[in-house]
Write a protein that binds this ligand. Structure first.
Ligand code: IPE
Ligand code: IPE
Ligand code: MG
Length: 241
């Protein structure tokens, strides 16, 4: 693929990716699903490095959904092991790069050792000034909204918040994404045309880009292609230009 022309002075601030198609990629090459997930993790590593070098600021990736627990025990265990390994590699390499890492989702349901690794990596990289990589693990948009609603209900019950003062900004700040800007562009690989419970609140006015490329085959030029198309669109946010 030729490098698509994009305007680097006007990059989307926040890009989110639904990394889908690892299983189909493995099938295509007569491999086990696990091999697809491993190739997917490698594709993410490469992309993060290149996006950081190119000057992108925020990337949120969907690694494991609240619904992915429905898969075979073996696949779930493999995915969790892979996430663990991926986080450990980032810890080992943290001194070598300027990527900031965070995770969103209900992390309390993860193995305590994985929770501890995520906390370590977040702490180690919190003052870095490169790309912010936000990994969604055990993340579901509905679950995130419910957890925010529960937290707010607790504040109301404790007399800390007046229900009338709960506006969009207050609600947004109680989501896992906190003060991060909403994603400007959401990319989904493998040809599916759905959000699958990703960033439901935050996606209100995101531009959507679907590509048939399977996640392990997704390269920086596919990202540039999505950005090139994004830069040609007119965002109106319900108003008139
Ligand atoms: C995406 O690949 C990875 C996760 C959802 C964890 P899939 O495993 O969903 O791959 P397909 O959709 O079966 O091809
Ligand atoms: C969405 O992909 C979740 C992740 C990429 C982590 P799925 O493969 O789980 O979504 P569905 O089941 O096709 O909607
Ligand atoms: Mg899938």
């Amino acid at each position: 693929m030729k490098k698509p022309q994009i305007d680097f002075s006007d990059l989307p601030r926040h890009i989110a990716i639904i990394m889908d198609g690892n299983g189909r990629w493995a099938k295509k090459y007569f491999m086990k699903r696990e091999a697809g997930h491993r190739a997917g993790a490698q594709a993410l590593r490469r992309l993060v490095e290149q996006m950081n070098e190119a000057g992108f600021k925020i990337l949120t990736v969907f690694a494991f959904s609240t619904e992915n627990w429905k898969r075979d025990e073996g696949e779930v265990a493999y995915l969790m092991g892979l996430i663990h390994e991926y986080i450990q590699q980032y810890i080992d390499d943290a001194h070598k790069n300027n990527v900031r890492m965070r995770a969103i989702g209900d992390l309390n349901a993860l193995e305590p050792s994985l929770q501890a690794k995520i906390a370590d990596l977040t702490e180690m990289t919190k003052d870095k000034d490169g790309l912010l990589l936000n990994i969604a693990i055990n993340y579901g948009g509905r679950d995130e909204i419910l957890r925010a609603a529960r937290a707010l209900a607790r504040h109301v019950a404790d007399g800390k918040i007046n229900p009338a003062s709960i506006d969009e900004l207050v609600f947004t700040n109680h989501l896992d994404t906190g003060k991060l800007p909403d994603p400007d562009l959401i990319i989904r690989t493998s040809g599916e045309m759905r959000l699958s419970n990703f960033l439901l609140w935050q996606a209100a006015y995101s531009e959507f880009h679907a590509t048939d490329t399977l996640w392990p085959d997704f390269k920086i030029n596919h990202l540039y292609e999505a950005v090139a198309q994004f830069q040609k669109r007119e965002r109106r946010f319900g108003g008139r230009l």
